[in-house]
Structure formats: structure tokens, C-alpha cells
Design a protein around this ligand. Structure first.
Ligand code: 3HC
Ligand code: NAI
Length: 698
């Protein structure tokens, strides 16, 4: 299949690239583009070449699927150099999202024109790499070092107008007819006597070396704080700094060397896995035939932590919201929380007062559930108690119209059981938001036995409108995320009772790259929540299960974490965040003594091994029971909802990277100590015995 073709219109050649869906620069594109450029370069009658990709978008970057594989084709950087050195004017006519290698091709052209809605960027950092086709050298020459570093270190997409104002593009087109616009711009350049203009020769923004050195020194200092665990941001800065002191061809070689270092780093593997994992989440059976219904009006029951967060997430997406609470006092408290959150956003300059009032106008509240009769969707966020939830659903069944979708935000409870009190359970679904729900990206969409395809499709559409990352989960205690969390929490308390310090465990996890340690998270979420769950589950606990009481001793003292100013850590004015509570070690020692355990030392590695083993153990069971459709969905849950480092790919990908056989060997070793907790899941045995990994199930 031909992916690059060209037309000649008098003295202008138009190259059209077509490699759907996003014109990724695959080997085929590179081969044919170079051939075409070579061919056109010797055509005497041609004065200008226009590069376009008229379909969905201009080139959205290198083909990410090729990274880490041996591909026998010219590298993009050579093609960019070839384009820049042509003795004919080259115009890139842009639209959509010219990103990464796409923008690098555009920057090697002599002039750039872009459709009004174009967004440009060098997002390689988000994939653990750096712009490897001249981007670290050409972008600073166009827009200056400060903006170039900002773009390359954040990966942000810059709108056409801003790109124009800063010299990245030269002209904004009137519409998105890229071929016509490119040709007429080229014609104008020729008629007005413009000549070739290699970006490498533009030096006006990179000649003040003193000023540049200051920018780079600051960038390095910031990067050490902000990206301390990451590899590629430091190489990006290095490439810019070193490149500006070298001649251009040597700077390009240097960039290539630093690019290769990134390609070889495990962070690249983890981040690229995350990229594709996040694009696989919507590949689920229900979305094949399901039809989303229209959503405009949403009802939210409960105005506590979650109800207020979900209300804001819904209003931010433009939905009309009615929130129900038990009394006026609770309504006032919920409204104050919502109002103050938006006030804070206004004060921080994140929104204007007008925008705030437009959003707040979408909010109504009531104590009478009957006002919900016109709603398209209800999200229940009342106390985590089956009886309370059923009572709410019984009322909703009577009040709401039959098409209205009824969702529960339960963290652990059985959505199938909740659905039994509704006449048509096909409209019942779990929508498990994460706290704070107006900020956290993850949304577990819990599909119950009778949930219809249309209901699931509507839930995914809601997620899209709310800009959430939806992951499908089946029904089980805790769904994907909290079920795995429960497993490693129990495992963590085993370690603590055996001698590990909670603060040591947290330190190891932070060093591994987790946003927070386990005990910091408990303090943030509130220790009382886990305590209530433990009490609920107590009657069903097997008599031989090992049960550690340390957490109960902490809760019995009323230490629920941040909300009570005391938990595993101390909180309050003048106290540094996450200062260990010294009494915790005393409780741990008392408990160890009470149950007759002589504490042993835990190395960092053993703590990490046990943490990963517990996650992988439960993840494998979740896959075995088909609660998650594929391992990468579990990774998305953990990297978007539980602070697991994205650059490690997620727990399942991480297990693949360190070797599933090693993880299984650890589980088997731990099994010798505790046969009930660590009995190896069948799926894990099967994968290892067949020489396969989790990726083989993706
Ligand atoms: N390579 C391979 N496949 C890609 C791709 C790429 N660069 N970009 C997107 N795709 C695929 C997606 O996997 C998806 O495939 P699927 O339909 O099979 O799931 C399909 O294209 C559509 O992608 P999205 O669902 O993400 O579509 P959107 O319209 O929501 O977003 C986009 C489009 C903004 C282009 C987004 O896909 C994106 O951000 N892509 C990545 C861009 C990027 O990182 N470019 C830099 C690459 S690295 C590079 O260029 C190195 C160079 O410096 C040498
Ligand atoms: P919360 O205790 O902060 O809020 C619950 C609110 O529901 C209270 O304000 C209460 O007055 C109200 N309420 C109770 N019964 C009601 C009724 N019949 N009608 C109207 N309002 C009623 O609890 P939170 O944390 O918001 O949790 C709510 C639900 O969300 C629970 O199921 C919980 O498991 C789940 N969840 C909680 C998360 C968290 O981090 N807090 C995260 C994800 C889910």
C-alpha cells in the first residue's frame, strides 16, 4: 500500500502522506517519504514542495509500536536533515495534532502554515524518550530555549495561535484545507521572493548564551525536584544544553545518542505500555453493540466526600445536577465545600468568576428525592452500608423514569445485590469514582450480571464527557482496585507485625516511585473506612486466616489520620507533613509481644518483593475470575487511581519486566510461611509453566 504520494501543480509539488488513523511515521512512511523527497529534489522545474497529510491529522509522531524493535528503514532524523537541506522552498501545511516526529518534520521544512485548530507539541517525554529527529535543536531556534524546554518537559500541546505568536509556525490558515492552504502559501512565498530558510541557521533566539545558561541551570534544578525518578527529562535538558555548544550536525548526533539511551531505558517500556493500555480500555464487548443514551440531567444522592466531588465532576462537564442530602445542614455543608473549591480555583487563576457562576448555576439541591423524576442518571454516594443503599434504590425505583440509569459509587458492596431491589436491573451499574472525584482520573465502571450494553455504553460516554479514564470491572468485593489494595494491605500488616516499621515500608514504596506510601494513603483516606470494612468482614473471616490487630489498636485511639490530626503520622500547624507518630512503634511492639512474635529485620528489597507479590497475586486472581478483561486494565487502574508509577507500566507490566517466574518464586517462598494467604493462583502457574507473561493476555 502506498502511504506517500505526490502531485505536481505547475512549479509546486505537493506531498500527501496517508497512514491512518493518525499518520504515525512508520517505516513505510519513512521509506516512501525519503524516496519522494529524493525524487523531487532533482526536478528542475519545481520551486517549492508542500508537505501535507490531509486526512485526520498531520503526522502525530513516530510510530510508537516500533520502539524497541529492529526496524530496517531510514531514521527520521536523516529525512529531516534531507528536507532542511533541499534547495527548494519547503512548506509544511499543518492541521490536527502535529506531535513529536510530526512537528520535527514540520520544523525541518522552511516555513509552516497551520489550520486554526492545530495543536503542536513534542510529547516524547510522556513516553520516556526525547525528540530524536532534531526537535531538541530546532524547537529552541524557533521559539527560544525557555518555551522549548517547557514544551519538551511537559509534553503539552500548544494551540496554533500561541505557536504563531512564538515563531513555531509562520502563518495561520483561514480553514483546514491543508493542500490548498499549503499551495497558496508556497505560491505567495515564491512570488514575494522568499528563499529557503533552514531552521538550523536561525540563531536570533539562541545567541545570548549567558541568558540561556541561566534558563538551563534553573531547568536542571527544577527537574531534580519535579522529575527526580524520571530519566528522559534530564536527557532533554542535556541535549539542549550540549547541542547549543556544538555545530548543528554534531548536535544532532549527540541528540541521537541521548535518544538511544532513553529508548533502552525500562522507563520507556513502562510509559509506552501505559500509552497503549490507556487506549485499550474502551475495547470491551459491551461497546460493540451498545448504544449510549443521551445524558443531560444527573442526580447525586449524598453530599459527603464523594457526593460533592462527583457533583463537581458532573458540573465541570456541563451536566445539570441535583444533589440530595438528608437535611438542610448537610446541604449547606456540601454547598460550602463545592463553593469554596471553586473559589480556590478562581483565586489561583484557574477560572474566572464568570466561569465559576456558570458552573454553580448548574447546581441544585434538595432533601426530597421526588425531585429526581426527570433525571437521566442517578449516582448514589451515601454511607457504605447495604441496607442504606438498598433503601435508596427502592425509592429511586419508584421515583425515577424507567430509562434513568441508576448507579452506585460503592467501594466494595455487591452491585448485583443492590440491583435486586430495582424492577429492571439492566439499568443498574457501579460507577466507582476516586477521591477527590473532581480531580482523580480513574473511574471503575462496574458491570453487574444484568447491566445492559446500553447502560455500559452510556457510562463510558459519561466518562468521556467528564474526561475520566474508565476501566471496566466485573462485580467482586472491592472490584479491581480496592480488591488488590485489600490484599496488599493485609500483606503489609503481616510485615509490620513481623517487624517492619510502617515508616520504613512507606519510604521503600516512595523510593520505588509510588506517589505515597501505604500508611500515608491510609491517613489520607481515613483509617475509619478500613476499620468499618474489617468489622463488616469479621464474621466471614476464616478462623485460620492470619489477622493483625495493629490497625484496630490505632483506630481504637480515635486516630483516623489527617481528619483527626493523628494517625500513623502527625498533622497540624507547625508540624512538617508526614512526621511519624512516635506512638505507632510502641503499639506495634506491644502487639508483636502480645502475639509472641520476635521482630525481624526487613530489607528494602524484601518489602518491595512482598508488596509486588501481593498485587500480582490478586491481579492474577482477578484475571482468572474475569473481573478484569486484560492485565493492562489493572495497570491503568493502578497508575491512574492508586499512585503506582506510570513509568513502571503498572503492577502487571512491572511483573512481566522483572520476570513472572521470579514473582512466582517469591509467592511460593512466602507460601511456605502462610499457606492460606499465598497459595499461588492457577493462572500465574500456567503462565510461568508455558513461558508466557501477562502481556500475552493483553
Ligand atoms: N504511533 C502509533 N500509534 C498511534 C500513535 C503513534 N504515534 N498515536 C496514536 N496511535 C494510535 C492509537 O494507539 C490508537 O490506536 P487504536 O485505535 O488501535 O487504539 C489510534 O492511533 C488513535 O489514537 P487515540 O485514540 O489516542 O486518538 P485521539 O484522537 O484521541 O488522539 C493523538 C490522537 C493526540 C494523536 C494521540 O493519539 C496521541 O497523543 N498520540 C501520541 C502522540 C505522540 O506521542 N507522538 C510522539 C511519538 S514519539 C516520536 O515522535 C519520536 C520522535 O521524536 C523520533
Ligand atoms: P460520607 O460519609 O462523606 O458521605 C455520605 C453522605 O451521604 C453523608 O453526607 C450523608 O448525610 C449522606 N446520606 C446518607 N444517607 C442518605 C440518604 N438516604 N439520602 C441522602 N443522603 C444520605 O461518605 P463518602 O466518603 O462520601 O462515601 C460515600 C460512598 O462512596 C460510599 O459508598 C463509599 O464507600 C464510596 N466511596 C468513598 C470513597 C472515599 O474515598 N471516601 C472513594 C470511593 C467510593
Amino acid at each position: 500500500m502506498t502511504v506517500v504520494k505526490h502531485n505536481i501543480l505547475n512549479d509546486i509539488a505537493v506531498i500527501e502522506i496517508s497512514n491512518p488513523p493518525v499518520n504515525a511515521i512508520s517505516a513505510a512512511v519513512r521509506i516512501e517519504l525519503l524516496e519522494t523527497v529524493n525524487k523531487l529534489s532533482v526536478e528542475k522545474n519545481i520551486k517549492a514542495i508542500v508537505i501535507t497529510a490531509p486526512e485526520r491529522t498531520f503526522l502525530a509522531g513516530a510510530d510508537i509500536k516500533e520502539f524497541g524493535k529492529d526496524v530496517d528503514a531510514p531514521i527520521l532524523s536523516e529525512i529531516c536533515d534531507k528536507i532542511e537541506n533541499l534547495d527548494k522552498i519547503v512548506v509544511a501545511s499543518l492541521h490536527g495534532t502535529p506531535l513529536g516526529g510530526g512537528l520535527e518534520v514540520a520544523m525541518s521544512a522552511h516555513y509552516r502554515i497551520a489550520a486554526p485548530k492545530t495543536k503542536v507539541g513534542l510529547p516524547e517525554v510522556l513516553l520516556g524518550i526525547l525528540p530524536g529527529a532534531g526537535g531538541t535543536q530546532r524547537l529552541p531556534r524557533l521559539c527560544g530555549v525557555s518555551m522549548a524546554l517547557d514544551m519538551m518537559l511537559t509534553g503539552k500541546h500548544v494551540p496554533a495561535e500561541e505557536a504563531f505568536a512564538n515563531g513555531i509556525i509562520d502563518e495561520i490558515a483561514p480553514n483546514d484545507k491543508t493542500v490548498e492552504n499549503g499551495v497558496s502559501y508556497a505560491r505567495k512565498l515564491i512570488s514575494e521572493g522568499f528563499d529557503v530558510r533552514p531552521t538550523s541557521k536561525i540563531t536570533s533566539k539562541v545567541n545570548n548564551l549567558e541568558e540561556i545558561q541561566e534558563i538551563i541551570t534553573n531547568a536542571k534544578a527544577n527537574a531534580l525536584k519535579k522529575y527526580k525518578n524520571l530519566f528522559s527529562p534530564h536527557n532533554i535538558i542535556k541535549s539542549v544544553e550540549e547541542g547549543l555548544n556544538l555545530d548543528f550536525p554534531t548536535a544532532i548526533k549527540n541528540e541521537r545518542r541521548l535518544f538511544k539511551e532513553c529508548i533502552e531505558s525500562p522507563q520507556r517500556q513502562g510509559l509506552i505500555h501505559s500509552f497503549f493500555a490507556e487506549r485499550a480500555i474502551t475495547k470491551i464487548p459491551e461497546l460493540k453493540n451498545g448504544k449510549p443514551s443521551e445524558l443531560k440531567k444527573i442526580g447525586i444522592i449524598g453530599g459527603g466526600t464523594m457526593g460533592t466531588g462527583i457533583s463537581m465532576a458532573a458540573m465541570n462537564a456541563g451536566f445539570d445536577v441535583i444533589m440530595i442530602e438528608q437535611n438542610q445542614e448537610a446541604i449547606k455543608k456540601a454547598f460550602d465545600k463545592i463553593n469554596s473549591t471553586y473559589d480556590r480555583n478562581v483565586n489561583l487563576g484557574r477560572m474566572t468568576t464568570d466561569q465559576k457562576s456558570q458552573i454553580i448555576n448548574l447546581f441544585k439541591s434538595d432533601t426530597d428525592m421526588n425531585v429526581l423524576n426527570d433525571r437521566d442518571l442517578i449516582i448514589e454516594a451515601v454511607f457504605e452500608n447495604m441496607d442504606v443503599k438498598k433503601e435508596v434504590f427502592i425509592k429511586l425505583n419508584k421515583i425515577c423514569n424507567q430509562k434513568c440509569i441508576l448507579a452506585s459509587n460503592t467501594s466494595y458492596l455487591d452491585v448485583n445485590e443492590i440491583a435486586t431491589v430495582v424492577d429492571n436491573p439492566d439499568r443498574v451499574i457501579g460507577l466507582h469514582f476516586f477521591s477527590p472525584a473532581n480531580i482523580m482520573k480513574l473511574l471503575e465502571i462496574v458491570v453487574a450480571e444484568n447491566t445492559s450494553e446500553n447502560t455500559v455504553s452510556t457510562a463510558f460516554m459519561l466518562a468521556k464527557k467528564m474526561r475520566k479514564v474508565p476501566v471496566r470491572s466485573g462485580v467482586c468485593d472491592g472490584f479491581i482496585g480496592n480488591r488488590i489494595l485489600s490484599k496488599y494491605l493485609v500483606g503489609t500488616y503481616h510485615m509490620v507485625e513481623d517487624g517492619a516499621s510502617p515508616f520504613h515500608i512507606d519510604k521503600v514504596l516512595r523510593k520505588f516511585g509510588c506517589a505515597m506510601g501505604v500508611f500515608q494513603v491510609i491517613d489520607l483516606a481515613g483509617g475509619d473506612i478500613g476499620w468499618a470494612t474489617r468489622k463488616r468482614k469479621a464474621p466471614f473471616r476464616h478462623k485460620d486466616d492470619r489477622y493483625v490487630e495493629i490497625a484496630d489498636r490505632v483506630c481504637e485511639r480515635g486516630w483516623f489520620g489527617q481528619k483527626t490530626s493523628k494517625g500513623y503520622y502527625l498533622y497540624g500547624e507547625g508540624i512538617e507533613l508526614f512526621t511519624p507518630n512516635p506512638e505507632i512503634e510502641i503499639i506495634c511492639n506491644e502487639e508483636r509481644k502480645r502475639v509472641g512474635i520476635t521482630p525481624k529485620n526487613f530489607s528494602d528489597q524484601e518489602i518491595l518483593d512482598r508488596y509486588i507479590a501481593a498485587m500480582v497475586y490478586e491481579g492474577a486472581k482477578i484475571l482468572q475470575e474475569k473481573i478484569a478483561i486484560r492485565p493492562s486494565d489493572i495497570d491503568v487502574v493502578y497508575t491512574n487511581g492508586y499512585g503506582f508509577p506510570k513509568w513502571r507500566g503498572g503492577p502487571m507490566k512491572y511483573a512481566d519486566m522483572i520476570g513472572l517466574d521470579k514473582v512466582l518464586a517469591n509467592i511460593e517462598k512466602f507460601y511456605q510461611e502462610d499457606k492460606r494467604f499465598w497459595s499461588p493462583p492457577q493462572l500465574l502457574n500456567d503462565l510461568v509453566n508455558n513461558g508466557k507473561n501477562f502481556d500475552s493476555l493483553n
